[in-house]
Design a protein around this ligand. Sequence first.
Ligand SMILES: C[S@@+](CC[C@H](N)C(=O)[O-])C[C@H]1O[C@@H](n2cnc3c(N)ncnc32)[C@H](O)[C@@H]1O
Length: 218
Amino acid sequence: MRKPSHFIPALHFHWLTRWYDPMMRCLFPESGIKTALIAQARIQSGLTLLDVGCGTGTLTVLIKQTQPDAIVCGLDMDPQVLDIARRKAEQAGEGIILQQGSATCLPYPDGSFDRVFTSLMLHHLTRQDKQQMLREAFRVLRPGGELHVADFGKPHDFVMWLISWMMRWFEEIHDHILGRLPGFMMDAGFHPVEETAQQRTLVGTIALYRASKPMKND
Ligand SMILES: C[S@@+](CC[C@H](N)C(=O)[O-])C[C@H]1O[C@@H](n2cnc3c(N)ncnc32)[C@H](O)[C@@H]1O
């Protein structure tokens, strides 16, 4: 498995990382999207959960607060953003396991999680790395486990289409706005794959997805 040496930081440039949380709070419907992602995952007590590309840890902390008995892990490539996540987890008094690593080479054994989350991370990866990340998410989920994704999706109205058209070459968004993510999830072995919601934002449609790893005898 490949380990990328390069990654796109949370706000594209390293020097902007410390502004990520204030910017998300002011310009993005962050709380609604993350709360909806957690709600669709139906987290119960005792589950083991992973947040890939956890960034500053907002979703990771929210997951733990939703179900304090769950074991929650967060992984990100960027040590700078993980420092912020660690501070937030400590302030919230939450026991969260945070680790540096690559989404395309997850440092966990097969079948070790009940749910894998990834929020606004896939559009940082090239097509090849998106596909590899999804294969890795499939590998680390137990049979019957679920992947929950929030990221750029196919525009769902004219205004979103216009914004998406302007944004289409930003980072690695292009495949998202062409609606290719569900197909990549199915190629990785997930079935069924559902788009569960769409949210209008200043940067285009953010879609939520749920993808299940079939039980062994499905
Ligand atoms: C836009 S931020 C999203 C952070 C957080 N999930 C959220 O929803 O606020 C994208 C994150 O993905 C991380 N990232 C980018 N490439 C990665 C990779 N190959 N493996 C792990 N994390 C990566 C970045 O460091 C950054 O923290």
